[in-house]
Design a protein around this ligand. Structure first.
Ligand SMILES: [Zn+2]
Length: 106
């Protein structure tokens, strides 16, 4: 039996921080979304990128985010279920609904 082929779409994720007189504003998301938020002013020019990493799904990214921010273990919403495509991976239908190997499932 040939080795399993692992196809996954790795995405860039970023964490931005802005410190103001009123406190700290944190923005976390995919790099392309962060870029859009910056272009429309939802993230200020004074904000600074404090973390940058790669992950496939939101749940994976949120786990890394929590670790780097010192927030403790990330718990995805809902129960993990085996991917119906038979790839052998678990995914979170009530959270992102994205299988790390098969992409977003309906
Ligand atoms: Zn799958």
């Amino acid at each position: 039996m040939p080795n399993k082929e692992f196809k996954q779409k790795v995405k860039q994720w970023e964490v931005w921080e802005e410190i103001t007189d009123n406190g700290v504003t944190i923005s976390f998301g995919r790099s392309e979304h962060i870029l859009r938020f910056k272009s429309i002013g939802d993230i200020s020019d004074k904000a600074e990128c404090i973390h940058k990493f790669e992950a496939v799904t939101y749940e994976e990214a949120a786990s890394i985010y929590n670790l780097r921010m010192g927030y403790g273990t990330y718990k995805p919403q809902g129960k993990a279920e085996l991917c119906p495509n038979g790839c052998g991976c678990y995914y979170y239908p009530e959270s992102s609904g994205e299988c790390p190997y098969c992409g977003v499932l309906d």
